[in-house]
Design a binder for this molecule. Structure first.
Ligand code: ADP
Ligand code: MG
Length: 258
């Protein structure tokens, strides 16, 4: 298993190829400059947690990575390939980037199993038997194989979010993006989702995670990116970020949240 080493990015002796690369990325919403010249290189297998106050551009950062949100200028590549602007090529490449949102976005009128089988059949052209076998394997991995024939509304929030993770994994993504995956959950369900993410990280998945779960970030991140006002203000290991933040913005953020 490949996994970014415990000490973070710089001390690693092994050079891993870049999985996510953002160069000079600019994004405006009208007059609002939401991403200001973002440069970010994420090596394969690294777990990056993105922290920062509300409105700092964390969700927009995530959404630009799989082109849910177009950028004004700059380049973004996944595993060395730039995301095509549109069409079939975009669908295929976007499938390399799994995304899990705060809201689970499951198809309400399809069963859990169907939710996980759908995209692999449509986008990856998997046959039904293969899609089903893979879906059941993934549902087992996230601990809900016994719910396969239920509908989303019959599951708890934590279970639905685990289905959403399984659904993203069913596409065999190279990268997983998580945008506050536990923010909409009741507190007692947060850990069951975080545990699945920790498992994925241990298996070597390249992950970019926006989270407000500071204990989780400190424990499970290889690297912390702290954003404020569309800028990456700090880029460091969890230990140095949480024990010795350098910027006033980060100090202020941590004093409010910890
Ligand atoms: P975060 O996830 O860090 O809270 P966002 O990326 O969601 O921040 O938002 C960054 C800024 O961009 C905020 O000021 C927000 O109001 C604004 N914004 C986000 N999405 C849109 C949009 N679709 N249209 C206009 N403004 C937006
Ligand atoms: Mg957000």
């Amino acid at each position: 298993m490949t996994h970014a080493d415990e000490s973070g990015t710089t001390a690693s002796a092994v050079v891993r190829p870049t999985m996510i690369s953002m160069k000079s990325v600019q994004k405006h919403f009208g007059a609002l400059h939401v991403l200001r010249d973002i440069d970010l290189e994420v090596p394969t297998g690294q777990v990056v947690m993105v922290l920062g106050p509300s409105g700092s551009g964390k969700s927009t950062l995530c959404r630009t990575i799989n082109r849910l949100e177009p950028i004004d200028s700059g380049t973004i590549t996944i595993d060395g390939k730039e995301l095509p602007a549109e069409g079939r090529a975009l669908a295929a490449l976007r499938a390399d980037v799994g995304m899990v949102f705060q809201s689970f976005n499951l198809f309400a009128h399809k069963t859990i199993l169907e939710n996980v089988m759908l995209a692999p059949m449509k986008v990856r052209k998997k046959n039904k038997a293969d899609a089903k076998a893979k879906a059941l394997e993934l549902l087992d991995r996230v601990g809900i194989a016994n719910q396969a024939d239920k509908y989303p509304a019959q599951l708890s929030g934590g279970q639905q979010q685990r289905v959403a993770i399984a659904r993203a994994l069913a596409m065999n993504p190279k990268v997983m993006l998580f945008d506050e995956p536990t923010s909409a959950l009741d507190p007692e369900m947060v850990n069951e989702v975080l545990d699945v993410m920790v498992g994925l990280a241990k298996e070597g998945m390249t992950m970019l995670v926006v989270t407000h779960e500071m204990g989780f970030a400190r424990k499970a991140a290889d690297r912390i990116i702290f954003m404020a006002d569309g800028v990456v203000v700090e880029d460091s290991t969890p230990d140095s970020f949480f024990t010795a933040p350098k910027s006033d913005r980060a100090k202020d953020f941590l004093s409010k949240i910890l």
